[in-house]
Design a protein around this ligand. Sequence first.
Ligand code: COA
Length: 321
Amino acid sequence: MDEPVVEVLTVATPSLVDSVEALVGQVTRTRDVAALSDGRRRALHAAAASRRPEAFLAVVALDRPHGTVIGYAQVDGEGDPSAVSMESVSSGDDAAGRAVADQVLDTALAAVAASGGAQVRLWVTTPSDADDERALRRGFTVERELLQLRCPLPLAPATVGEVVVTTRPFAVGRDEEAWLATNNRAFAGHPEQGAWDLSTIRSREAEPWFDPDGFRVLELDGRLAGSCWTKRHAATPPLGEIYVISVDPDFHGRGLGRALTRAGLDWLAATGLDTGMLYVDGANTPAVTLYRSMGFTEHHRDRAYTTTVSAAPVLPGVPAP
Ligand SMILES: CC(C)(COP(=O)(O)OP(=O)(O)OC[C@H]1O[C@@H](n2cnc3c(N)ncnc32)[C@H](O)[C@@H]1OP(=O)(O)O)[C@@H](O)C(=O)NCCC(=O)NCCS
């Protein structure tokens, strides 16, 4: 096979979106796990819609002579260029595919260095030994793991003594502030979920999948004590996700987390779904213990590696990407 052409991109176009979605679709079907996260795909689509060069950094590998995208990496700063996260996808697990993955990653790291350097978090879905080796050889260390757990629905009936609660749908335009306060307290210190603000929740309310009926809220003592926010996926097989679940720390340990998990899963089952799914940090012992005790088992895991990439020396006459 000819060497692929590897390019750094600072602008996303609709045709890039199509090519990347085609690659992601193909790899997702082959490996039965999402090859690029929803968040990364959302950022790609947003970058193509805005076409702002400063908001986008990606690498593509194109095969020759067809120009088909066979490898892709995307670097997202989420407003902070000194701490970026990155995912990559390539079309094969054989030696040629691994070589493409190496080239894409090296080019992306060089692009980060040329843009001034950053703390880089690299996410890999279903990490193989080759993924571990690729990351570790480049100075990354394992930072954390995100497990995707699944369970059959409907759940078995609640056991004797299990707390059961009555929940209500989320009230758009009224519950946001109270929910943010509870959620941010519950997730204090969490890298992605502990610092949501009004704009974050409003952006999710604008998503096509958002359904306030599937966002179950629990009020106790006149307060929003917790919630279980679900999301229906039209994937094959259709999945019902527990998207965000939290109990205010003042109410922990009273059986409410279990009750809210059940409330969310019961709602998903009532809409006809027979598989529940969620993501949980592997180190979140309370949540992992809770989910396993309710019948969830691991479907796959994502691993985050981290390293510091120093700024590359600026060479006269060589423009940064
Ligand atoms: C996870 C969370 C929802 C649990 O809520 P909770 O109301 O405290 O949980 P419950 O009282 O219903 O406990 C249910 C089970 O969770 C497990 N659990 C709860 N706290 C635990 C702890 N500190 N250590 C180990 N297991 C624990 C136990 O299995 C417990 O069952 P048991 O009481 O029969 O032993 C809550 O800790 C929370 O909001 N955490 C922050 C947000 C978060 O991590 N959400 C999940 C992200 S995927």
